[in-house]
Write a protein that binds this ligand. Structure first.
Ligand code: NAD
Length: 487
């Protein structure tokens, strides 16, 4: 079987009207965080490449929108089949380039497949309404494509987070310019370009331009980009939202989180500690849905903390490609520095490290912080590292108040022996997603997913929601005979 990503072809190139050298001929070494080895050399796009891509995408889009729905659906289904066929290769890229453990990488490939299958359903959905009118005129409200959609994606789930935006956008007749993060240009970029190339997506409809903030900004303000689908940090999301707003384009913002994991006094504590450890340490905590604040009722706090610490201490950390470690490396030095500084400042403010707090290179031990209060950095900031801050509260009232004491609003989870109690709490939690007796990290292609406040603008993924997101209304009226006008 030939490889999906042929490094001899993609070397130092971007994918825009085929593989080509970027306008400024810039490139970057794609590093394996666990070893520091160079995995590939990747072309870096600039604003000039964005402009070129948008021109090609605009030219190709209207013919694509006019393509039979079944034909568009077939391209999405073929892309899924190609991904399935090459899943082992894609898993390897996710593990080695992104520092993911193998189960995380496999899960990400399965989720990307779900996105493709769900998107393949979109072209054949009803896309309009017949509106009441006089007998002489037909009046129709119909959803039509937006045009060219810009997708800007992060490095933590590079394949999935690009796919969940671009697959529905393409399925619904748009063209896409994708700007993946330069830390994961292959698993979040080249893999996707190669998948759709093999699936027979017509030329000009998908451009993959790895790069930093420069091409991201160029995409955001480009007058021929109709919408930006951005997934990333809240700070950059604000900038993207402001720029896209100024350019009067639609913007979907999927941003950071600082998610509450509430443990009530009637919870099964073994199960709660196991799920809590998963919520905080999965993919080294580099997940927008990570359990960022364990909010625990005082009567069970000591027992819960002991169990959480035992979970953390049992976890192995190491190279995810050559070992069965449960945690891999952080993505880079700058992420490590942010995590270390957050722990340092939180301890300086009076918290205690119950376990962890150390690192070897980019490998950071899972860390449990106790005595955390709402004024400390581990409470106020999204850490994006393997850290579980524990806040002890007196009762349910205080748990709700503390959980809502954040500008973020992505996910909350409640552990309790009583579903009724959990449901009552869910009504009072200001988040886009609530799980009762689950943990905070969960997503499916068919569910409404999104955050409030600093976590995003409430945009939604999932089949019908994607149809709304990546199309717009047009009112169309039709008369068979012209109506005589008074003048
Ligand atoms: P980031 O905001 O630094 O980067 C995200 C993307 O934006 C990258 O492609 C980056 O190159 C690009 N970018 C940077 N500056 C830009 C600018 N000025 N204009 C346009 N594009 C720009 O985020 P990150 O560090 O890569 O990812 C981690 C963050 O993403 C965390 O805060 C995490 O919570 C969030 N995230 C959110 C979700 C979600 O669904 N809500 C999912 C995953 C990650």
């Amino acid at each position: 079987m030939t490889l999906l990503v042929d490094l001899a072809v993609s070397d130092r190139r971007i994918h825009s009207g085929g593989w080509r050298t970027p306008a400024q001929a810039g490139d970057i070494e794609d590093l394996e965080p666990a070893t520091g080895r160079v995995l590939a050399t990747v072309g870096l796009a600039t604003a000039e490449d964005v402009d070129h891509a948008v021109t090609l995408a605009t030219a190709a889009q209207s013919a694509w929108a006019a393509t039979a729905p079944a034909e568009r659906a077939t391209v999405l289904r073929r892309a899924a089949l190609v991904l399935e066929e090459h899943s082992a290769e894609v898993v390897e890229w996710l593990v080695r380039e992104g520092g993911a453990i193998r189960p995380k990488a496999e899960h990400e490939v399965r989720s990307a497949l779900d996105e493709l299958w769900a998107a393949a359903f979109l072209p054949t959905l009803p896309h309009g309404e017949l509106l009441p009118d006089t007998p002489e005129r037909r009046s129709i409200g119909r959803r039509i494509p937006l045009g060219v959609v810009g997708v800007i994606s992060p490095w933590n789930f590079p394949l999935l987070l690009a796919m969940r935006a671009l697959a529905p956008a393409l399925a619904l007749g748009n063209a896409v310019v994708l700007k993946p993060d330069p830390h994961t240009p292959v698993s979040g970029g080249h893999v996707i370009a190669a998948l759709f190339e093999r699936a027979g997506l017509p030329d000009g409809l998908l451009h993959v331009l790895p790069g930093d903030a420069g091409p991201g900004r160029a995409l955001t303000v480009h007058p021929d980009i109709a919408m930006i689908a951005f997934t990333g940090s809240t700070a950059v999301g604000r900038e993207v939202g402001a720029a896209a707003g100024g350019a009067l384009k639609r913007v979907s913002l999927e941003l950071g989180g600082n998610n509450a994991y509430i443990v009530l006094d009637d919870a099964d504590l073994d199960a709660a500690a196991s799920a809590g450890a998963w919520g905080s340490f999965f993919h080294q905590g580099q997940v927008c849905m990570a359990a960022g604040r364990h909010i625990v009722l005082a009567s069970v706090a000591d027992a819960y903390i002991d169990k959480l610490v035992r979970q953390a201490e049992a976890m192995t950390v190491g190279d995810p490609w050559t070992s069965d470690a449960v945690l891999g490396p952080l993505i880079n030095e700058s992420q490590l520095a942010k995590v270390s500084e957050n722990i340092r400042a939180t301890v300086a403010a009076g918290a205690r490290i119950r376990t962890g707090g150390t690192c070897a290179g980019l490998f950071h031990r899972p860390t449990v912080l106790t005595g955390v209060t709402p004024s400390m950095p581990a409470f106020t900031e999204e850490i994006f590292g393997p850290v579980a801050p524990v806040v002890v509260v007196a009762d349910e009232e205080e748990a709700v108040a503390v959980a809502n004491r954040t500008a973020y609003g992505l996910v909350a989870a409640v552990r309790t022996g009583s579903v009724e109690r959990g449901l009552a709490l869910a009504d009072r939690l200001a988040t886009g997603i609530v799980h009762i007796n689950g943990q905070t990290i969960d997503d499916n292609a068919h569910v409404p997913f999104g955050g409030r406040g600093a976590s995003g603008n409430g945009s939604r993924h999932g089949a019908r929601q994607s149809q709304e997101e990546y199309t717009q209304w047009q009112w169309l009226t039709v008369r068979s005979a012209a109506l005589p006008q008074p003048f």
